[in-house]
Design a protein around this ligand. Sequence first.
Ligand SMILES: Cc1cc2nc3c(=O)[nH]c(=O)nc-3n(C[C@H](O)[C@H](O)[C@H](O)COP(=O)(O)OP(=O)(O)OC[C@H]3O[C@@H](n4cnc5c(N)ncnc54)[C@H](O)[C@@H]3O)c2cc1C
Length: 314
Amino acid sequence: MTAAKTPQEGPLTSGPLAAEPPKQLSARSIAHGAEELLLREVPVLDLGFVQPIDYMGNDFDVVQAARVSYGPSTRKVHNDRGLLRYLMRHRHTTPFEMCEVKFRCKMPIFVARQWIRHRTANVNEMSLRYTEAPDEFYLPALENISLQSTDNKQGREAVDVDADVRGEVVRLMKANQDETYAIYQRLAGELGIARELARSVLPVSIYTQWIWKIDLHNLLHFLSLRLDPHAQLEIRAYAEVMADFTKAWVPLCWEAFEDYRRESLHLSRLEILALRRLLAGDDEEAAIEASGLKGREHREFAAKLARLRGEDEA
Ligand SMILES: Cc1cc2nc3c(=O)[nH]c(=O)nc-3n(C[C@H](O)[C@H](O)[C@H](O)COP(=O)(O)OP(=O)(O)OC[C@H]3O[C@@H](n4cnc5c(N)ncnc54)[C@H](O)[C@@H]3O)c2cc1C
């Protein structure tokens, strides 16, 4: 693996894998929005980046794949956008698998651990058995240092943390990183211990890199989970950059995804019962009581009602 580059946004920056100019014109279909962003490293967090390095297909390829299964008569019934929206609405997923994208990404290992759980991607990661670990560790921005949430075991509390405490957090993290990196260098360098063993002292804030390839259907699934406010802030930052690329690459698929998946609302059977009573004129408390929604389910339904009433936008 080649050495890490300092990420930059803006003009095309050729990563080590992007240096080769095309040898011949391609006859394959392209997406103009994707071409504009291809090979650009977009910085994420303090030292990471996402760089789209290749893609296959566009909105039309999804439509074309669907037409193979539905036959030529489909053309009369749907225009391209209408067909795409129909596919997304009815979870007809395989046409979306006809498009693929490949990203080069650099992220802290604790982000990579969450990311790797998405099994439907193909991954090649930098190996610390082959290469010496770079002295590159994640330090959170001061404004992202929060207390442990009291009602969400996986989350951060939305309260202000004292500036002195934030400063202390960064100092402690940095001290730990410097100390462990010095131990790593002593082990792998001066003592000549195998890199595969020496790396075990490194913290999960150290940066790694990989090439990540996935089809559009599974990318949208990844984005629906990792753009969600419940996902950890650090992985969300990567998902947001990938979402920007996807929107530019397949704008019609993205629009359908937002309308029918991301911005849609799922209702359970009990929630439908409660909503039915509300529409029949029951007050909210009585409707929820009668439906059997309790505890967390009750709170989640109340949040959905607030969304339906537009209160979350107020
Ligand atoms: C907010 C959040 C919190 C999380 N917290 C935790 C946690 O505390 N602990 C933890 O361990 N994980 C946690 N996860 C990870 C989560 O459980 C999933 O592993 C991860 O989101 C990947 O989702 P996936 O399996 O749907 O995706 P993918 O692996 O990309 O799979 C996509 C889809 O393909 C199908 N699929 C893939 N592989 C198989 C298979 N072998 N068998 C059957 N179907 C398959 C499934 O339908 C799946 O939904 C969390 C994820 C999120 C977003």
